[in-house]
Design a protein around this ligand. Structure first.
Ligand code: ADP
Length: 390
């Protein structure tokens, strides 16, 4: 565990599955030079390793814990002496009365309030979950370069966001459940839809069907699977032919898991890899489609996806992108965020300085780019990680 002192403050997003923490460390300082070296040598483009460098001030760190292991989170806070005492990025000090107050969002901010008080003497200052998601997304889009990217056919493309033309957009947060939020500005939004078939469904069903012990194990397993073994394809119904009259190729999925009913097989007869693959595809595809339909409802062309379900996973992003592209006939775009899982926690963090959350620290920020990425000024970045399989 990283050693650091009391000059810190933190915010929490305590969700149904994961606790997301953002904390600031002023002693863990960085300069433009050191940041450049770190980004080339250490970053590996997964959310676990993300940090935001505030030049000459310190760093924002991102950590997650499983909600069922909330004691790990409490121990982390306690052993690292994290609380709201110490420096804030804008050097605004907390008054004595604020010292034991932590900004917290998500249902767990209510559920575990007593536990934080009993164990650590900390008061959870509750911030609305949707407010935080939107504030976090807007903050990232405004303050961090190369935060958003598209991912299609194994190709990742970082985007320059025009701050004057950011709105409206649809924010789709895929956590345990899924929220779809039409965002029209700072603090101007409406939760327009959602679905209970989300990350919790993938992990819950996947655990039952494959006996995987962790989410990452399930994701890894899915990489080695083939969904055609279980999914019923158009070609399975049409004797290998396309149904070209309505634009369906023989490889289009007609029914997710549909093949399982026509074969005299038990669960044990299928490879867990194939089950995991079909499940991931079914859920990602479905979320992509529902997202597009909601974008269509409100005439939105841009859809940003966040939440820990995505996990920077190539197949997940690819499936969502293809679904949005397919149903919108190329009109709408799926975009992803590097700090995908931390929108709520970042939103809670920026609420310490609510007045200027969008501009909070943007002029002082250097973000950590993935390995060797260089941006040319347009929306293309060179030196991206090797293209994965499509
Ligand atoms: P919530 O706030 O509802 O907990 P998150 O955005 O944290 O939502 O996403 C939770 C989802 O992220 C899980 O349902 C699962 O699909 C996925 N996930 C990613 N990493 C993990 C992990 N290490 N443990 C459990 N679920 C994970």
């Amino acid at each position: 565990m990283e050693e650091w002192n009391q000059s810190a403050n933190l915010a929490l997003d305590i969700g149904g599955t994961l606790i997301k923490m953002v904390y600031f460390s002023s002693t863990d300082n960085c300069s433009a030079d050191s940041q450049e070296n770190r980004s080339l040598e250490e970053s590996n483009d997964i959310s676990d390793d993300l940090e935001i460098c505030l030049i000459g001030k310190g760093r924002l760190h991102f950590v997650k814990f499983e909600t069922t292991n909330i004691n790990d989170c409490l121990d982390f806070i306690s052993s690292n002496q994290l609380s709201t005492h110490g420096d804030l990025p804008d050097e605004k000090q907390h008054s004595a009365g604020d010292r034991n107050l932590i900004k917290a969002t998500g249902g767990g901010a209510f559920k575990f309030a007593d536990l934080f008080m009993e164990r650590l003497g900390l008061n959870l200052d509750k911030v609305d979950e949707m407010d935080c998601l939107v504030a976090g997304a807007n903050f990232l889009l405004k303050a961090i370069n190369q935060e958003a990217f598209t991912y299609m056919n194994g190709h990742k493309k970082y985007l320059q966001i025009d701050h004057n033309d950011m709105y409206p957009y649809l924010l789709v947060n895929i956590g345990s459940g899924v929220s779809m939020i039409k965002v029209e500005g700072d603090e101007k939004f409406e939760r327009v839809s959602g679905t209970s078939v989300g990350g919790g469904t993938f992990w819950g069903l996947g655990k039952l069907l494959t006996n995987c012990k962790s989410f990452d194990e399930l994701l890894k397993l899915s990489q080695e699977g083939n969904n055609r073994v279980i999914d019923m394809l158009v070609g399975d119904i049409y004797g290998g032919l396309d149904y070209s009259k309505i634009g369906l190729s023989s490889t289009t999925i007609a029914s997710s898991f549909g093949k399982a009913i026509s074969e005299n097989k038990e669960l044990e007869d299928y490879r867990p890899e194939d089950v995991a693959r079909s499940l991931l595809r079914m859920i990602s595809n479905n979320i992509g489609q529902i997202s597009y339909l909601n974008a269509l409802r409100f005439g939105l062309k841009r859809i940003f996806f966040g939440g820990f379900f995505i996990r920077g996973h190539e197949f997940t992003m690819d499936t969502i992108s293809v679904a949005v592209d397919f149903w919108s006939k190329g009109e709408a775009k799926a975009m992803f965020l590097r700090h995908e899982g931390f929108l709520g926690a970042l939103g809670a963090y920026t609420s310490y300085q609510k007045k200027n959350s969008g501009e909070l620290i943007s002029h002082q920020l250097i973000e950590q780019l993935p390995n060797g990425v260089q941006c040319t000024g347009d929306d293309q970045c060179r030196g991206l990680p090797a293209d994965p399989k499509s």
